[in-house]
Design a protein around this ligand. Structure first.
Ligand code: MSP
Length: 586
C-alpha cells in the first residue's frame, strides 16, 4: 500500500490538533487514473481537503488580517491593494469550504493623527470618525467582505491594550528609562543615529530617516520594552519556520535586522507630548506607543482578553488566534515581523503563522502616498472602470517582491484585451444564438470521450488549471494565477476560431463537432468564472448566471473539467443571455 500525505495538509492537521488521518489509495479504490491523464496526487489532495472539511466541526477558522489604516489622510489605491489581496484570499478559502475571519479597520491614535486633527481645527475623535468612515465606505464599495472593522478608539480595544500591557509588565519585559534619539512622526517610529542622515535643507531638524521622512530629536523619559531579550527566540522562530515571512527577500531582511541590531525600544511617550492614545495603566503621565497599541488590534478582533485564555490557546476553539496571514506592505514589515512576534512572546501568546509583505504601487517613480501628493483616488477609478476591473488590475499587476507602477494605460489595456477581448468574448461566442439557437448547454459533460488531437492543448490546460491556480492563490501570488487563467481563456478562443464553428453549422452532419466546440468554450468560461470569483466576485456571479451554472455548483471543487452542470444535467441547462448585453461592454 502506498501512502500519500502532503506536508502542507499534515501541518494543518497537527495545528488543529485533529486525529491524524493516513490517507491511502485504498480510500478511493474505484478511481481509475489511466485514461484521463489526471494527476493522481492532486486528485487525492483535492478529495482530502473535502474530507477534512466535512469531518471537523472544531476547525479553527482561517484568520486573515489587513493592516489597520492611518486616518491622517483619506484612502488611496495603495491602501485598497492590501485590502483586495486579503479579501481575495478570504474568498478563495471560502470557496474551499473554510470558515474565514477577515479583519480590517483604522489606526486612530498617535502623534500623527493628533497633529492632523489640530491642523484642521477638529477634535481628534471627530477627525477620526470622518476619515474612518471613508475607509469603511471604500471597503464596502470595493466589496471587501471583512468580518470585523476595528477602530483603535473603541473601548474594547483600549481594554485589550491595557490588559496586554499588564502581561508585559508581569512577565518582566517593561522598565522605565530615558530615551534619546530621532523620531519620525510620519512613520511613528524611533530611529537610531545610523538610520538617519543629514538633509541639505535644515540641519537642525530636517534629517532624513531611511524611509525618507523627516525626523526630530527627542529626549524624554518613557517605558522601554526588552526587545534585546527576545533576540535568540526570534532567530529560533525564523529558523524553525522558514516560510513564516514571505516573500523570501523580506525573510532575509528581517533575519539580518534581528542579527545586527536589537536594542530595547520605547513603548510609551510622555502624555504632555502625546495625549491621543491609551494611557499606561497606573501611570497617566505616559501614553502607550501607537505601534504597540495598533498591533494589538489583531488580538482585539478575536475577543482578547479571552475569558479563558488557557483553553483558547490550547484548543484554538473559537478565537481564531493565531492569525494565519497578516497581509502588510513592505514598509511595515519590521513592526510585524520583529516587534509583534517579540511582544507576543513576551505576553506568552502564540505567534502568527505567516506574515506576507507585498511591495508598493508607485506613481512618477515614488511610492504613492498622500504626503507626496502622487495618489490615485480609488473611489473615482472604481466609478470610472468598475469595481471588479480595478480589483483585477490590482491583483494582476500589483508588485509582490518588486514595486509596480500604476499606469492608466495598462489598466485600460487589461480591460480591453483580457476582460472584454478574451473573457467577455468567450462568453458571447459560447452562448451565441446564431450558433446555438436553443441557447442550452450544447452537450453533456461526457463530451470528454470525444476529445481529439485538435482539442488536446486546451483539454490539458483545463485539466491542470484548478490545481495550479490553487497553488498560486494559496501562496498569495494572485498575479500568477490570473495569468494562467487568461492564457487558458486565450487558448479557448483560439480553439474556437481554429474550428470555424460558423462553417460547422452549415453542415448538419457536423453537429456533434459543433457541439463539442461550443462545449469547450462554455466549459472554459465556467471553469474560469469559478476560479476568478475571489478576484471579481460581482462580475463572475453575472458570468455564471449567464451560462446557467447553478448556485450549488460554484465551489472550487466544481472547477474540475466536466464537473459542472450536474444539478440539472448537461443539455437541459438554459443560458441566461440577452441580446446586446455584454459581460464587459467595449
Ligand atoms: N497604521 C499602520 C499599520 C498598522 S497595522 C497594525 C500603517 N497604516 S498606513 O495607512 O500607512 O498603511 C496601511 C497599508 O497600506 C500598509 O500595508 C501599507 O504598506 C499600504 N500602502 C500604503 N501605501 C501604499 C502603496 N503606495 N502601495 C502599496 N501599499 C501601500 O502603516
Amino acid at each position: 500500500m502506498s501512502f500519500i500525505f502532503s506536508h502542507k495538509i499534515y501541518r494543518n492537521l497537527s495545528n488543529y490538533r485533529l486525529k491524524i488521518f493516513i490517507i491511502s489509495e485504498s480510500i478511493y479504490p474505484s478511481v481509475s487514473f489511466s485514461n484521463q491523464n489526471v494527476n493522481k496526487q492532486n486528485f487525492l489532495k483535492q478529495n482530502l481537503k473535502q474530507y477534512i472539511t466535512t469531518t471537523t466541526s472544531l476547525e479553527k477558522p482561517v484568520f486573515i488580517t489587513t493592516p489597520i489604516f492611518y486616518v491622517n489622510a483619506v484612502p488611496h489605491i495603495g491602501h485598497l491593494y492590501s485590502a483586495v489581496m486579503a479579501d481575495s484570499l478570504k474568498r478563495y478559502y471560502e470557496l474551499n469550504d473554510k470558515k474565514v475571519i477577515l479583519s480590517t479597520g483604522t489606526d486612530e491614535h498617535g502623534l500623527k493623527i493628533q497633529q492632523a486633527a489640530a491642523k484642521v481645527n477638529q477634535s481628534p475623535q471627530e477627525f477620526c470618525d470622518n476619515v474612518s468612515k471613508r475607509f469603511r465606505e471604500l471597503f464596502d464599495m470595493a466589496n471587501i467582505s471583512y468580518t470585523t472593522f476595528i477602530r483603535t478608539t473603541e473601548q474594547k480595544h483600549k481594554d485589550a491594550v491595557k490588559f496586554f500591557w499588564e502581561q508585559l509588565v508581569n512577565n518582566g519585559y517593561i522598565y522605565k528609562g530615558i530615551h534619546e534619539g530621532w523620531y519620525s512622526v510620519s512613520d511613528e517610529a524611533f530611529y537610531s543615529a545610523s538610520q538617519v542622515q543629514i538633509s541639505n535643507s535644515d540641519e537642525k531638524i530636517a534629517n532624513v530617516s531611511e524611509s525618507g521622512q523627516l525626523v526630530e530629536w527627542t529626549e524624554e523619559e518613557n517605558y522601554k520594552f526588552r526587545l534585546s531579550k527576545c533576540k535568540d527566540e526570534l532567530l529560533r522562530w525564523l529558523d524553525e519556520n522558514p516560510d513564516v515571512i514571505t516573500p523570501s527577500n523580506r525573510f532575509n531582511e528581517v533575519k539580518a535586522f534581528i542579527k545586527s541590531d536589537l536594542a530595547d525600544i520605547s513603548v510609551s511617550r510622555p502624555q504632555s507630548r502625546l495625549y491621543w492614545g491609551v494611557s499606561v495603566p497606573e501611570d497617566f503621565n505616559q501614553t502607550i506607543y501607537v505601534w504597540l497599541d495598533a498591533l494589538i488590534n489583531y488580538l482585539t478582533v478575536t475577543g482578547y482578553p479571552w475569558p479563558s485564555q488557557e483553553n483558547i490557546i490550547n484548543n484554538h476553539l473559537t478565537s481564531g488566534w493565531p492569525a494565519d496571514v497578516h497581509i502588510v506592505g513592505k514598509d511595515i514589515i519590521r513592526f510585524h515581523a520583529v516587534y509583534w512576534p517579540a511582544f507576543l512572546m513576551a505576553a506568552k501568546l502564540p505567534l502568527p503563522r505567516k506574515i506576507f509583505a507585498h511591495s508598493h504601487w508607485m506613481m512618477n517613480k515614488h511610492k504613492m502616498s498622500k504626503s507626496r501628493g502622487n495618489v490615485v483616488d480609488p473611489f473615482i477609478v472604481m466609478k470610472e472602470y468598475g469595481v471588479d476591473t480595478i480589483r483585477y488590475y490590482l491583483m494582476r499587476d500589483g508588485g509582490i517582491s518588486d514595486d509596480g507602477t500604476y499606469d492608466p494605460t495598462i489598466l485600460q489595456t487589461r480591460y480591453r484585451k483580457d476582460l472584454a477581448g478574451q473573457l467577455g468574448n468567450l462568453v458571447s461566442r459560447s452562448t451565441s444564438l446564431a450558433l446555438n439557437p436553443s441557447s442550452t448547454i450544447p452537450a453533456s459533460p461526457s463530451f470528454i470521450e470525444g476529445v481529439n488531437e485538435k482539442d488536446m492543448t486546451l483539454f490539458k490546460m483545463l485539466q491542470q488549471l484548478p490545481d495550479l491556480v490553487s497553488d498560486h492563490y494559496e501562496n498569495i501570488e494572485f498575479g500568477k494565477g490570473l495569468e494562467l487563467i487568461f492564457e487558458t481563456v486565450a487558448e479557448a478562443n483560439k480553439h474556437f476560431t481554429d474550428n470555424e464553428p460558423w462553417n460547422l453549422i452549415k453542415n448538419p452532419n457536423r453537429k456533434v463537432i459543433l457541439d463539442r466546440v461550443l462545449f469547450f468554450a462554455v466549459e472554459t468560461a465556467r471553469i474560469s468564472g469559478i476560479l476568478l470569483q475571489p478576484i471579481m466576485p460581482t462580475k463572475m456571479r453575472e458570468l455564471l448566471d449567464m451560462i446557467g451554472v447553478s448556485n450549488d455548483e460554484r465551489k472550487w471543487k466544481h472547477s474540475r473539467l466536466g464537473s459542472g452542470w450536474q444539478v440539472k444535467g448537461g443539455g437541459n441547462v438554459k443560458f441566461n443571455v440577452k441580446d446586446g448585453h455584454f459581460l464587459f461592454p467595449k
